[in-house]
Design a protein around this ligand. Structure first.
Ligand SMILES: [Zn+2]
Length: 69
């Protein structure tokens, strides 16, 4: 125990760790929003995964493209 696990935020649309906080100055109080630098997604939903989970995801993606031969 006591091992701190770092989490990364990934885009719910393209699954890339390219989310940036998108602060809006519009006169409204909005929940924190994020913008994906990869696909242009903007919203307050994000996925949080550990680096291990993300690596696994990348592996799965690679396996899938292997199948398309
Ligand atoms: Zn995205």
């Amino acid at each position: 125990m006591g091992k701190k696990k770092r989490k990364i935020r990934i885009c719910p649309k393209c699954k890339k760790p390219t989310l940036r906080p998108a602060s809006y100055v519009s006169g409204w109080l909005t929940p924190e929003r994020f913008r994906c630098m990869e696909c242009g997604y903007v919203g307050h939903i994000y996925l949080e995964v550990s680096p291990e989970e993300y690596e696994q995801y990348l592996k799965d993606q690679a396996d899938k493209s292997e199948d398309n031969k």
